[in-house]
Design a protein around this ligand. Structure first.
Ligand code: 5GP
Length: 187
């Protein structure tokens, strides 16, 4: 009997506005056998977001129930809402031999690394905080107060990047995407 090979776990983090979402989409399109694990969140869906696609949108009560039942591989309180990855979702894919990609914040990524040291952590960085502010303003999805929370969080998140296996500076999307692909392929 041949032993079934389990997949690998990849974690992407970085300041919101660093382009993680786009890099993730490129990776999912260009790398075979890579699947995305959809997170749970208590935040409201943005325009165009669909439950079960970008996130599983759940109530705070349901999220807290999940915490007390130990259902999360990791979870964190980010920008005033809860976000978390369900253990079962990840394990099902890994056990089916799929490589799994998480796109989560730094607190969550470090929890994953503590529980699963074999997980590969990649930090997607911006060239500078000024550049990040420019990008977030251009995106125009945030209120002024939410923008300022995101910038403050970005500064805190960047202080943790040394704990990651790799740091990619997203100064050019195609280049960064290629770099990410190489990292995934050799791991
Ligand atoms: P957004 O609200 O802009 O979609 O995401 C806000 C932040 O939450 C991003 O930094 C994103 O990576 C993070 N995030 C999304 N899903 C999860 C998750 O399951 N766990 C953790 N810890 N962070 C998450």
């Amino acid at each position: 009997m041949t032993e079934k090979k389990t997949g690998k776990l990849f974690v992407l983090s970085g300041p919101s506005g660093a382009g993680k979402g786009t890099l993730r989409e490129h990776a999912l399109k260009n790398i075979a056998n890579l699947v995305y694990s959809v997170s749970c969140t208590t935040r409201q869906p943005r325009e165009g977001e669909t439950d079960g696609i970008e996130y599983k949108f759940i109530s705070r009560e349901k999220f807290k129930e999940g915490i007390s039942q130990n259902l999360f591989l990791e979870y964190a309180h980010v920008h005033e809402d809860f976000y978390g990855t369900l253990k079962q979702d990840v394990m099902n894919e890994l056990n089916a031999g799929k490589n799994v990609l998480l796109e989560i914040d730094v607190q969550g990524a470090l929890q994953v690394k503590a529980k699963m040291p074999e997980a590969l952590l990649v930090f997607v960085d911006v060239p500078s905080v000024d550049e990040l502010e420019r990008r977030l303003r251009k995106r125009d999805t945030e209120s002024e107060s939410s923008l300022s929370v995101r910038l403050k969080n970005a500064i805190i998140e960047r202080e943790q990047k040394d704990k990651y296996d790799y740091v990619i500076v997203n100064d050019d999307l195609d280049r960064a995407s290629e770099e990410l692909k190489k990292i995934f392929m050799k791991s």
